[in-house]
Ligand binder design. Structure first.
Ligand code: CO
Length: 136
């Protein structure tokens, strides 16, 4: 399987607005996109840090998986996303190796990227996203 790089780190937060002063004012990394992903009930904010992005995830509803995550574990690292040339091919390959999948097929994530999640039970405890390489 070909992983080219870490695309982004997903961080669950209660409020993106409350985090902007830290990321932009203290770290000096600029937010270049804020977007609501309706079917995930989440608002996302992206920052570019060199080649790696930070994706802040704010729940837009109490039954959002991000709301549940924050309730259970607090704010913090939610997932790590690896870039791969084809999410579909990568899913087939990891599935054949016995990895438990959350998404059986690629779906559309923030920034129109093909993404799919692998279950943390199969990935040493970190919710893992595979995303298409080269989409911004
Ligand atoms: Co992500």
């Amino acid at each position: 399987m070909e992983i080219t790089h870490i695309d982004h780190l997903g961080i669950a937060v209660k409020s993106i607005d409350a985090c902007l002063p830290y990321y932009e004012g203290v770290l000096g990394v600029k937010c270049y996109n804020i977007e609501v992903v309706e079917d995930q009930k989440v608002k996302t904010a992206f920052f570019k840090v060199g080649e790696v992005k930070i994706e802040l995830l704010e729940p837009t509803s109490e039954d959002s998986t991000i709301a549940k995550f924050i309730e259970k574990r607090g704010e913090g690292i939610h997932h790590i996303a690896f870039a791969t040339p084809s999410v579909g091919d990568a899913l087939e390959e990891v599935s054949a190796k016995g990895v438990q999948l959350i998404d059986k097929a690629p779906r559309r994530g923030a920034e129109g990227m093909d993404i799919a999640f692998l279950h943390p039970k199969s990935t040493c405890g970190i919710l893992t996203e595979l995303c298409m390489e080269g989409n911004k």
